[in-house]
Design a protein around this ligand. Structure first.
Ligand code: NAD
Ligand code: MG
Length: 383
């Protein structure tokens, strides 16, 4: 029996993780945390009967204590609660399905508590990869990628531990605006940007896919997970989302992992690694495919990749500023306070105005997020 804790259980990755638990008798949920969706969290608690659940807001935790009074479930709130869920003594593995830099502290504490991490929360690695990876080594825990591209690379690298990687080829779908010019993107709406062609995901990552900031974050994520130099990480557009990523070895051989776009596969692979289990779902039919399309990304229009490589080159705290500025800009766009292309302007401006801190500590990273948010409020909002 594998005992699982999920932080972010009500979101896209969280609910699909619970689908995997439903389909497998040897997986057991012991702890769940969510941001604000009390209705779904209550439902999940009734179904999976974890020992402990958490919700961000203490008032909502009070509501849940009343609603779930017939169960023996501990209900916690806030950052302390989130950390309690991430470090819960009975959990063997923590799925970090929470969105944003708020995932950093619970992930660090989970590692220190000896938990394996099924990592979906890429913002944590982007901003604190230099802390997380050595910490995982020190505590002898595994960081198992859930992001589909990184899971693909991880699957390709299985059995290749002693072999030299020459390149990682990360695939991108290109998002809903692939092929569009900058002019055509000037007045796109939130609804347009939320229409992802292949994947159904949370709002923040869907906007990140439209700007291609998501792919930029994934380049940084790959740099930390696989210890590959940024110059050896290449992004190619694969609009069908069938090739989930590829690895080229020094002899020129390229290994790829293919499949229909379904996040349940990488989630399940992380939970059972290195074992494969049956997973229901569509299978690829190569005879019905009209060739496999590979294209180059348009880095002039979709600047997410340029920001990522620049921030890796500057190093230190620059990826934190890239990520924090993006988190804030995306939330402003989703709240209809700024236009789509202003997401790029905000990120660029924040990065240009940042003086790099080498090797930032956790505190510095978290403070920098607050400072970046304040800077954006001051310089980009007229209120
Ligand atoms: P989502 O918005 O659908 O879900 C986010 C979850 O985090 C929700 O359960 C929400 O309640 C929870 N949350 C937010 N703030 C919280 C707080 N303060 N305290 C506790 N819980 C909080 O997001 P998602 O699409 O599932 O993405 C989650 C993470 O996985 C992101 O980092 C994303 O980049 C990554 N990811 C997602 C996908 C995907 O297919 N959705 C694919 C690859 C990577
Ligand atoms: Mg991905």
């Amino acid at each position: 029996m594998k005992n699982i804790s999920i932080i972010g259980s009500t979101g896209s990755i969280g609910t699909q993780s619970l689908d995997i638990v439903r389909a497998n008798d040897d997986l057991n949920v012991v702890a769940l945390a969510a941001g604000s969706n009390t209705v779904l969290l209550e439902k999940q608690a009734r179904e999976f009967k974890p020992d402990i659940i958490g919700i961000w807001d203490e008032d909502k935790a009070k509501e849940l204590r009343v609603a779930l009074s017939e169960f023996d479930i501990r209900i916690v709130s806030g950052m302390d609660g989130l950390i309690e869920i991430a470090t819960y003594v009975k959990a063997d593995i923590v799925i970090t399905a929470i969105v944003g830099m708020i995932g950093i502290r619970p992930t660090v504490e989970a590692i220190k508590a000896g938990k394996d991490i099924a990592l979906a929360n890429k913002e944590t690695l982007v901003t604190a990869g230099h802390i997380i990876m050595p910490l995982a080594k020190e505590y002898n825990v595994r960081i198992l990628p859930v992001d589909s591209e990184h899971s693909a690379i991880f699957q390709c690298l299985h059995g290749e531990e002693d072999n030299k990687i020459s390149r990682l080829l990360i695939t991108a779908s290109g998002g809903p605006f692939r092929g569009k010019t900058r002019k055509e993107l000037e007045n796109v709406t939130v609804e347009d940007a939320l229409k992802h062609p292949n994947w159904s995901m949370g709002n923040k990552i869907t906007i990140d896919s439209a700007t291609m900031v998501n792919k930029g974050l994934e380049v940084i994520e790959a740099r930390w997970l696989f210890d590959v130099a940024p110059a050896d990480i290449e992004v190619v557009v694969q609009p069908q989302s069938i090739i989930h990523s590829m690895v080229e070895f020094e002899d020129g051989a390229v290994k790829a992992q293919l499949g229909t776009p379904d996040m349940k596969l990488p989630i399940q692979y992380a939970l059972y690694y290195p074992e494969r289990r049956y997973l229901a779902g569509d299978r690829l039919d190569f005879t019905k495919m009209n060739g496999i399309i590979i294209d180059k990304p348009d880095i002039d229009v979709f600047k997410g990749l340029t920001f990522a490589y620049n921030s890796l080159e500057k190093g230190g705290s620059m990826p934190t500023v890239f990520n924090a500025a993006n988190e804030k800009a995306v939330s402003l766009f989703l709240n209809r306070k700024i236009k789509f292309l202003e997401i790029y302007d905000i990120i660029e401006n924040c990065m240009d105005n940042h003086e790099v801190i080498e090797n930032p500590t956790l505190e510095e990273i978290i403070n920098l997020q607050k400072e970046t948010e304040k800077y954006i409020d001051k310089n980009f909002l007229n209120n």
